[in-house]
Design a protein around this ligand. Structure first.
Ligand code: HEC
Ligand code: HEC
Ligand code: HEC
Ligand code: HEC
Ligand code: HEC
Ligand code: HEC
Ligand code: HEC
Ligand code: HEC
Length: 441
């Protein structure tokens, strides 16, 4: 008892020193864990307001015509795209200095606010997402840098985070610079640079739906110059459904959101959101069709959560019995997770800590992570997009996961009885790669 008490006092005294001394001093990071990570040079592109520092050779203050003249030789591709854009052909052309400034030693990369000088409505729509909370485009950057696994993961795995999450800090995510052609942004490909891969398999979901199948067959023949409004397209694309009538806000309809939380779809707020969804489908389908569709989605979600909670209970019992090996006490800690220094605890499932599930876990915890994160997300995204085969496939995976985890639980219990706890090896504990990354994050 006394030893445990002293241990606590020592930890209280030690942890701040340990936390600050063990990691490089870095005044430049942003967000809650700013001290624990260092921006890469490329971050000046992803978050230009914070990181862009013009280090240019060319000196002088230039007019738009002068910029064009020199850059026609310097960067012909940029000038060609700009010339083909609406910005070049409006009665009062939007020249290079409108977005970059005129002093070549003080050039800026445009932020949404720069575009907002002339497109205030579009920027205001995106800003409005904030009132719906996460996930959203407007909050994407802070969401990424504030998540613990962003500061904690090996550096090599973090370079891409901010590229995708830069959807919040600049406007050329769906629009390509310097063409800025809405016809590009309307197509699903504009979203897929970011909305793809196992945590968000929106590409697979859409392309294996009836809508996506038709897009694959005929999409290249359609006139993408038309706005995304009723009557202009035979089937919807990502933006048609999520940015109805060009509304630059993707968060006002999401009920199940990212798919990793259990949600009550029947709250007053969610019913308003559902009405908005019905409004989208009504452009092409009778109302009963949308009602049935969303009923099926909610049923699928309930089923998935039942499967997940059943397994979560098994794991929590294992934890109570001290059979998760190695225990949280025996693992390297997340540097910024100071509470865990005092009260180390294995965290199971989304509600106890998403970040703590990526690494530093025993094999069975990682198996459950694969289940509630990747396989569950696939099941949700398939169903939400009318790709029933895909959803079915991931439900089969959920069943297989459940089966395998239950078998491992049995094995651990048997081993526990014989005190043979060391059977399971942690996935990410020590090693050169880990140590290097911990020192260089
Ligand atoms: C005399 C030629 C010349 C003129 C005039 C000129 N540029 Fe540049 N620009 C360059 C060169 C060369 C670079 C490469 C960076 C460097 O060494 O300065 C560059 C780089 C840039 C960059 C990239 C900056 C970065 O930080 O990565 C932007 C943006 C840019 N120019 C915009 C403009 C704008 C806007 C104007 C007019 C106000 C302009 N340029 C006028 C030659 C020119
Ligand atoms: C409507 C706004 C807008 C206008 C007008 C504009 N740019 Fe840009 N430019 C951008 C954006 C957005 C970026 C990307 C910055 C980032 O990634 O953060 C960019 C990037 C650049 C870069 C860096 C490109 C790279 O890939 O490294 C150069 C150089 C540049 N612009 C030159 C020009 C020149 C020259 C003109 C005039 C012909 C011009 N820009 C007009 C918005 C604009
Ligand atoms: C100085 C004012 C100004 C700035 C700054 C500006 N734009 Fe524009 N933009 C315009 C004008 C004017 C048009 C033409 C509008 C029209 O004809 O309806 C336009 C048109 C567009 C279009 C539609 C093009 C088309 O082919 O229909 C897009 C997309 C666009 N801007 C995006 C942006 C983005 C993104 C930024 C910031 C990186 C930006 N604009 C900055 C003035 C500006
Ligand atoms: C540059 C990357 C990028 C592009 C391009 C992009 N997104 Fe996103 N999107 C994100 C990120 C990152 C998030 C999650 C942000 C967070 O962490 O909260 C997100 C979230 C969303 C959400 C979830 C909103 C919610 O409330 O649940 C929807 C819907 C969405 N995007 C639709 C689209 C559509 C439609 C397109 C194409 C027209 C698109 N996105 C293009 C990066 C992108
Ligand atoms: C390929 C693009 C891409 C990369 C790379 C990426 N993300 Fe995301 N991220 C997204 C998209 C898209 C979503 C939204 C998923 C959805 O709503 O379905 C998202 C969602 C999230 C969320 C959950 C948002 C919420 O509110 O639930 C967090 C946290 C997050 N990302 C952090 C990160 C971190 C940290 C990294 C780097 C390790 C990273 N992301 C790398 C595109 C990306
Ligand atoms: C998630 C993808 C996405 C992002 C991010 C995005 N746009 Fe768009 N944008 C679109 C789509 C899709 C259209 C075409 C809408 C339609 O057909 O009705 C469009 C059209 C436009 C237009 C032309 C339509 C009009 O007259 O308003 C402007 C201007 C524009 N966007 C500005 C912006 C600005 C400014 C930003 C940054 C705040 C931005 N966009 C960010 C997808 C996006
Ligand atoms: C037919 C309309 C439709 C199309 C087309 C569509 N989605 Fe969705 N999407 C939905 C619905 C419905 C949901 C479930 C929303 C909910 O739970 O309330 C959803 C969910 C999402 C989510 C999770 C966050 C949220 O809003 O719930 C993301 C991210 C997303 N879609 C991105 C995309 C991308 C990227 C594409 C194109 C590849 C796309 N969607 C195509 C209707 C559509
Ligand atoms: C722009 C028109 C349009 C919109 C908007 C639209 N759909 Fe569709 N949808 C179609 C067309 C056309 C088909 C048939 C595609 C085919 O068979 O090739 C279809 C097929 C479907 C199917 C498959 C039906 C079957 O018999 O296999 C489902 C499910 C579906 N849509 C759901 C939705 C939902 C839910 C929404 C709203 C979130 C929606 N759709 C919005 C045009 C649309």
């Amino acid at each position: 008892m006394r030893i445990a008490y002293l241990h606590l006092v020592a930890l209280l005294l030690l942890w701040p020193g340990f936390a600050w001394a063990g990691l490089p001093e870095n005044p430049q990071g942003t967000g809650e864990h700013a001290k624990h990570w260092q921006p890469d040079p490329m971050h000046e592109y992803w978050d230009p307001e914070t990181y862009h520092r013009p280090e240019n050779q060319v000196e002088g203050v230039f007019t738009g015509e002068e910029c064009l003249e020199c850059h026609t030789a310097m960067t012909p591709g940029i000038v060609k795209d700009w010339k083909a854009s609406r910005h070049a052909s409006t009665p009062k052309p939007v020249l290079c200095p409108a977005c970059h400034g005129e002093d070549h030693q003080k050039l800026v990369f445009p932020t949404p606010q720069t575009c907002g000088v002339c497109h205030p409505q579009r920027v205001a729509q995106m800003e409005e997402e904030k009132k719906y909370g996460f996930p959203s485009h407007a909050l994407a950057m802070e969401r990424a840098v504030d998540s613990k696994h962003f500061a904690d993961k090996p550096k090599a795995e973090l370079v891409s985070c901010l590229q995708c999450h830069s959807v919040a800090t600049k406007c050329d995510s769906c629009h390509t610079r310097h063409r800025f052609d809405p016809a590009e942004a309307r197509r699903p490909e504009a979203c897929l640079t970011c909305h793809s891969g196992p945590p968000h398999p929106d590409d697979n979901a859409y392309f294996s739906s009836a809508h996506g199948e038709k897009y694959k067959k005929e999409g290249t023949l359609w006139d993408w110059g038309k706005p995304l409004a009723k009557g202009n397209y035979p089937i919807p694309t990502c933006a048609y459904c999520h940015m109805k009538d060009g509304n630059h806000q993707v968060a006002d309809k999401a009920v199940w959101k990212f798919g990793i939380r259990e949600i009550n779809p029947n709250t007053a707020e969610n019913e308003i959101k559902r009405k908005r969804w019905h409004g989208v489908c009504a452009d092409c389908h009778p109302p009963e069709m949308a009602s049935l569709f969303f009923q099926e989605l909610d049923t699928e979600r309930q089923l998935a959560w039942k499967k997940l909670y059943d397994i979560e209970r098994l794991l929590k019992n294992l934890r109570s019995d001290g059979l998760l090996v190695p225990s949280a006490r025996e693992r390297p800690l997340y540097p910024m997770d100071w509470l865990a220094r005092l009260f180390p605890r294995e965290r199971i499932g989304f509600y106890e800590g998403q970040a703590s599930a990526f690494y530093n876990v025993s094999a069975i915890e990682r198996d459950y992570f694969e289940m509630w994160y990747f396989d569950n997300l696939g099941a949700y995204k398939g169903m939400a997009h009318g790709a029933k085969n895909m959803s079915q496939h991931f439900h089969e995976r959920l069943d297989a996961d459940a089966h395998a985890i239950a078998a491992t639980v049995e094995r651990l219990r048997k081993a526990g009885k014989m005190d043979g706890k060391t059977e399971i090896i942690p996935l990410w504990m020590e090693g050169e790669y880990t140590r290097f990354n911990r020192d260089h994050n």
